[in-house]
Design a protein around this ligand. Sequence first.
Ligand code: NCD
Ligand code: ZN
Length: 341
Amino acid sequence: MNTLTLIRPDDWHLHLRDGDKLACTVADSARQFQRAIIMPNLLPPITTVALAEAYRQRIIKHIPPGAKFEPLMTLYLTDNADVKEIISAAAHPSIQAVKLYPAGATTHSEFGVTKLENIYSVLSAMEEHQLPLLVHGEVTHGDIFDREAIFLDEVLTPLMKRFPNLRIVLEHISTKAAADFVKDASTYLAATITPHHLRYTRDQLLVGGLKPHYYCLPILKCAADREALIAAATSGNPKYFLGTDSAPHSIANKQSSCGCAGIYNSFAALPLYAEVFATANALDKLEGFSSFYGADFYRLPRNTETLTLIQESWEIPEQLAFGHEQVIPLGAGECLSWRLS
Ligand code: NCD
Ligand code: ZN
């Protein structure tokens, strides 16, 4: 039987949600990942060290017995973000980064930053105290398919010029423009790539009927964008690493006249990535992308335990329990050729 053993991967972009949802989301991630960067876009958002620590405690309670899983917490930037809070976050062992949501860009971003000028002093403190900035890289104007590319020009370029020593992760890149931008930028910029942007294009969402479970932000793009993302992820360039952006919403909230953006992919995240790398004849590049480059960028030790995948066909379930509701996982009903051992 064909097997693939990797140093245990980490997920550098994850939404676990809260309350009764944590039982399923934490278990699904803990099966595959040793650490995960936990997104702070709860309602209300995680804006302080105290809120992050309380959320971390709620997460830890749901780690299944015997599993090792370390949630790495983040703070949510608002226009009123406080320099003192940022400095104490930088000194806190469980807080690893701060997240910038342009106000209105995505799910629960209504408390986000309206003008970058409002947070210059905070960004300067992060640069000084070496706390990475994670960005949702989309503007809130222009065509939905162009918003990431516009962000690169209008926001990211001037931001990197003003704060050249700030480490920045451009999250869930979805375009060739973003992949190229990251490749050409300084080593202070890296990017995460999701399994859905590697596997699908907008046709999956829109052709043959509207399929809301493939709706996320940034929205799925065209074939040339997807090809550029596959090339980036499988290149062995340490600027690109794994971040699922697994972002579950209940079936009711997805299948609605105004459905939420977000895809639940944690259930089969590693098998989904493995499939992409295998198809690109690049399974030898999976370990760097999944288990090394993110840790290196965050300046954390690499993991030492391993995870084994087996080449064996299996089918992703049609739906999963999600607290007292249900969620449709990415690739529901599809056959994958790699599974967790
Ligand atoms: C995320 C969510 O639902 O929290 N949605 C998404 O489509 N990715 C927010 C985000 O990361 O943009
Ligand atoms: Zn996200």
